[in-house]
Design a protein around this ligand. Structure first.
Ligand code: FAD
Length: 476
């Protein structure tokens, strides 16, 4: 995977963003002999898939399972991780009404856990909605309609609507149905029954049951692997380098300005590739932007996340990789334990729970003191009965990420198109990755986007990186 150092006359590419899309793309150019510079704003690589090691605990920005539907990509991940990987058998559940429910839903589990009245209502609603849909088809025009049509109102409220409303902070009628079709593995209640009873093999909408995870160092090891490969080729990955402006001239990017080590720098290149969030990118692309672009930037929104990491003096809270918590009186919406991903993530006999709270920049959770956040997370887990009062150790951690989830509201597609068309008006510029395409994709999608961009430039392949994770494909 490594190549000889680039020659002085080799073409130059600047990649902005050292997350997986940027690094995987940069590594392909590096391999092809280009002069590559990656500029990453944070003081570490990895972006959303970063890891941190402090006080003997290794933790990620939320739970990250690494998997692709493409075998070749899984093999590529193993090569980049250079032996530092293992398989994990996934366990994720919903915790509600003091009980665990399998996720995705399994009929047996629902039958034994719901009261007879709720079961009756679920069945009745489901039959009613099927009938209603047969008489006058319900449009798939938003998340709520998509799910109610397939599962009935009671199951929607219990397992889908409450959680989604809590995690996104907006009514589910304002969320595009793409979100449902990409993230819910069952096509409808009947499909849930079939999957529980028959367990079909090779079903593309089956949940990923086994995934890759680094043996040590957390999910950030994948980005570290790319960084090592790029640097081994004699190319550069600069962290702590925030791009502040792209100068444009004659429909091209002339240079990028960036801040690094307290000074301003400029860099020129033949090609600029950006993985900066679309809405942060447009305002720094050239001196002025068309009014439609400014409006689209204002209309597109992201959800932020606050991560509260609680150290515990016991080896395990649950065996799950992650647990969803839909109940609305509880602030946290999901917990995960990195020791279930790799035992190396905590000192012997201890574990750490990562409790996530979705937020909006500037809201009460975003601005809350770290110590208050840790107390809130711990109190929530005690209320749920998952922890005992007083068993949380001193010295937890808090991390906040601003561009966590692009919000797929009902007009996002139009706004994204306005921005991507604007980006495409510059010849030597490509915006890609989860943030650069405003795409709620996974790690494998970001890597596939990075690779697709490189293939398109380096070969005659006209693969379109913008089509990745754009369709009704189920993400697992
Ligand atoms: C809580 C959570 C859980 C997830 N779980 C999973 C999972 O289980 N499995 C899975 O496959 N995926 C998961 N994902 C998704 C996965 O993390 C992302 O899809 C992937 O890491 C995105 O990579 P990216 O490079 O496209 O974007 P990013 O990681 O966002 O990278 C963009 C980079 O650009 C940098 N940047 C921004 N502005 C500038 C600037 N002006 N100058 C320089 N640099 C800049 C940022 O600092 C960042 O490093 C999860 C995401 C979240 C938030």
């Amino acid at each position: 995977m490594t190549a000889s150092p680039p020659t002085a006359t080799a073409k130059r590419v600047v990649v902005v963003g050292g997350g997986l899309a940027g690094l995987s793309c940069a590594q392909r150019f590096s391999e092809a002999g280009w002069q590559v510079t990656v500029l990453e704003a944070e003081h570490h690589v990895g972006g959303l898939a970063s890891s941190f090691t402090e006080d003997g605990y290794t933790f990620d920005l939320g739970p990250h399972r690494l998997y692709s539907n493409l075998d070749a990509l899984n093999e590529h991940f193993k090569r980049v991780l250079n032996g530092n990987w293992d398989y994990r058998n996934r366990l994720s559940r919903i915790f509600m009404k003091k009980r665990f429910f399998d996720y995705p839903l399994k009929v047996g589990n629902v039958l034994t856990s719901l009261s007879p009245w709720l079961l009756f209502r679920s069945f009745w609603d489901y039959m009613a909605v099927r009938l209603r849909n047969a008489i006058r088809p319900i449009p798939d025009d938003n998340f709520e309609n998509w799910v109610v049509k397939r599962f009935g109102k009671t199951l929607y409220d219990l397992f889908f609507g409450t959680y989604t409303r809590k995690a996104w902070g907006i009514p589910c009628t304002q969320i595009a149905s793409d979100w449902a079709s990409q993230r819910i593995s069952q096509l409808n209640l009947l499909d849930t029954v079939k999957k529980t009873v028959f367990r079909p093999k090779g079903d593309v909408r089956s949940l990923v049951t086994r995934f890759l995870y680094p043996k040590t160092g957390g999910i950030g090891e994948l980005s570290e692997g790319y960084r090592r490969l790029i640097e081994a080729d004699g190319n550069t990955v600069t962290t702590g380098a925030r791009v502040t402006q792209f100068d444009t001239a004659d429909g091209r990017i002339a240079r990028a300005h960036y801040d690094h080590d307290g000074a301003s720098h400029t860099i020129e290149a033949d090609l600029f590739i950006s993985t900066v969030p679309l809405t942060a990118l447009a305002p720094i692309l050239g001196e002025s932007q068309p009014a439609a672009v400014t409006q689209a930037v204002a209309d597109l929104k992201h959800k932020a996340i606050v991560f509260c990491y609680l150290k515990l003096d016991r080896p395990q809270v649950t065996p799950d990789h992650w647990v969803y918590i839909p109940e609305e009186h509880i602030a946290i919406h999901r917990i995960s334990e990195f020791t279930n991903f790799s035992k190396e993530c905590a000192p012997e006999g201890k574990t750490m729970v990562c409790a996530e709270i979705t937020s909006t920049i500037g809201d009460k959770y975003w601005t809350m003191d770290d110590s208050d956040l840790l107390k809130l997370a711990s109190d929530n887990l005690v209320t749920l009965g998952l922890l005992q009062a007083g068993e949380v150790l001193e010295g937890g951690f808090v991390r906040r990420i601003d561009y966590a989830y692009p919000i797929y509201d009902l007009t996002y597609r139009v706004n994204v198109k306005t921005l991507t068309d604007f980006m495409k008006s510059f010849d030597n510029f490509i915006s890609t990755g989860r943030q650069g395409l405003f795409r709620y994709g996974n790690m494998d999608h970001s890597v596939a986007m990075g690779h697709a961009v490189a293939r398109r430039v380096l070969s005659t392949d006209d693969v379109d990186h913008a089509q990745i994770a754009a369709e009704d494909e189920y993400f697992g």
